[in-house]
Write a protein that binds this ligand. Structure first.
Ligand SMILES: Nc1ncnc2c1ncn2[C@@H]1O[C@H](COP(=O)(O)OP(=O)(O)OP(=O)(O)O)[C@@H](O)[C@H]1O
Length: 256
């Protein structure tokens, strides 16, 4: 099977600070890739490159066989991106905002409106569809953001911490949705710090630290390699620099 996303020796520096130091990976259709790593490891930078938001990188990135450097616009149309932080144009209602997103992707008005209404209703926002989003809670905004990322039915869905602010029921819905999208043949690139969720939804996990891949495999394979039961523990074993108790003690000493 041909990979949907192929990354070879990806490097990126901000000024003289190199934050991606030669990442290589392939992602296949229908795969849910959990892309994890400590704060500042380079996850968002990788994702921004994939989405065409950062173009000054070294190495090769291809999506469905197309080189990202020369086919950025075509690739953007295949990708749905739910960023970690986003401005939602607060003065708009969710319907207006999603109509705007739909029009950017060339979605026809009828199909677009139909999908928008169904998605907002499924997210429990049926009574808020025509309210300005400046009155929305964090979770309500996150639901609109999620809808905007999948509205055009992209083949590749990139989720950067998509569960932030969502209540426990909504988290379950999104976990189910991720599995169903993958069964439907979509490729999901999923960045998160919620290890319990990554462990459950991903069929492959890549752990990066300091701009390099330090572990790559299914959760079961990582468990076998590391001899640990939870992804949280595997993550800690491979990335923690100090004991957590010492760090907490150090923080407490700030009050002395
Ligand atoms: N625009 C920028 N200019 C300069 N440095 C940046 C910029 N964006 C990110 N960095 C740096 O690049 C490194 C990787 O950042 P990135 O946001 O990719 O990490 P991350 O793995 O997504 O982290 P987090 O888990 O905290 O979201 C960090 O050291 C960060 O300070």
């Amino acid at each position: 099977m041909e990979p949907v996303i192929s990354i070879r020796n990806l490097r990126k520096s901000y000024g003289d600070k190199e934050v991606l130091k030669g990442i290589s990976l392939d992602v296949y259709p229908g795969q849910v890739l959990g892309y994890i790593g400590p704060n500042g490891a380079g996850k968002s930078t990788t994702v921004k490159i994939l989405c065409g938001l950062i173009s000054d990188y070294e190495g090769e990135v291809t999506v469905k066989g197309l080189d990202l450097k020369t086919n950025s616009l075509q690739i953007k149309s295949m990708i749905g991106y739910v960023p970690e932080l986003a401005e939602l144009y607060d003065v708009l209602t969710p319907v207006e905002f999603l109509q705007f997103c739909g029009s950017l992707y060339g979605l026809g008005a009828k199909t677009g409106n139909d999908r928008i209404e169904k998605m907002l209703a499924a997210f429990g926002l049926q009574n808020n569809m025509h309210q300005r989003m400046d009155s929305f809670s964090k979770g309500m905004r996150q639901k609109v953001l999620l809808a905007s990322g999948i509205l055009h039915n992209p083949d590749i869905i990139i989720l950067d911490e998509p569960l932030s602010g969502l209540d426990a029921n909504s988290v379950i819905i999104i976990k189910e949705l991720i599995s169903k999208l993958a069964k439907d043949g979509k490729t999901i690139f999923y960045c998160s710090h919620m290890m319990d969720v990554v462990e459950k939804v991903s069929d492959r996990i890549i752990l990066i630290d300091n701009g390099t891949v330090i572990a790559d495999g299914s959760f079961e394979a990582l468990q076998q390699q590391q001899g640990d039961t939870s992804l949280e523990q595997i993550f800690a074993n491979l990335t923690a620099k100090n004991s957590f108790t010492n760090t907490a003690d150090e923080l407490m000493r700030a009050f002395d």
